[in-house]
Design a protein. Sequence first.
Length: 338
Amino acid sequence: MKKQPVTIYTVAKEANVSMATVSRVVNGNTNVKPETRERVEAVIKELNYRPNAVARGLASKKSTTVGVVIPKITEDYFAELAAGIDDVAALYNYDMILTSLDTIHQQPVQVIQSMLAKQVDGIIFMGHDLSAELQAEFDNSSIPVLVAGSVVDDEKLPSVRIDYAAAAKDAINLLADHGHEKIGLLVGYDQTAINAKGRIPAYKEVLAARGLEADDQNVFVGHDSYQEAYDLAKQILAQGITALFVSDDLMAAGVLNALTDQGVQVPADFEIIAGNGTSTAHLTRPMLTTIDQPMYDLGAISMRLLTKMMKETDQEQATEDQSVVLPHEIVVRQSTRQ
């Protein structure tokens, strides 16, 4: 015989209270007598009752869920941010719906539309820039949207991030301090705001200030995977570059392994600094020197800020002065000289 589902009606009947009383206990309402609360909680535990989030949402006109959008489900950087989001979401009794823009089944705008159709109470977006269609979806949405761990080309969206331009300057300055005269920059794409307005201008500014060569040919763009970075290493060496700042740890690992396979000694002959500080930095040999970002904190603070925004009745007021910039640091490991 199929086991019957335990509902709020079942709990109310067993505890000899109204469904409204059960609802108040489940939602933490203090307007319940202590002995009644204890009886209801005992029945909930005995029956292993799990409140239906959708049903609770219908009653409160909120779904008690937040949507989290990441570019690729396999990227360590965004996965580590999501851990911080999930922990704080649980603290505030929110469920997290995680979705990736990198899907063969749907276009990015369809992914967002599908999430909005689930009536999430807010969205944390982790990615690089918005298409016109995505921007229109967010502009027309009645729920708050926040950008975490990145920079997008819509300055109206509140964000939680580090100063990526300052981080790039720190990395280039360190490599210049080590005597390198030809320093390269490897980033994913030059049209994204995080690179076009952040890392690339910062790179050129430091080189110019130090009287070093700032040739556009030493800025490598459009290579956003391990294999593409691996294949690019020969060209980097051929151009006489002896040090490289790479925006992504996995791409940095690709360059590092290619150099090792070609007999180049890192860091004696070539130095590398990676931009994220994910677990990948510890897996390479030599281990990667990185710009370390407080990734868990980026996620946790993003979720805390989103809960505040979701409580604001005035959406315009909710998005004022809502950008948070967290500190970063260079953690020196083995891919740079001490």
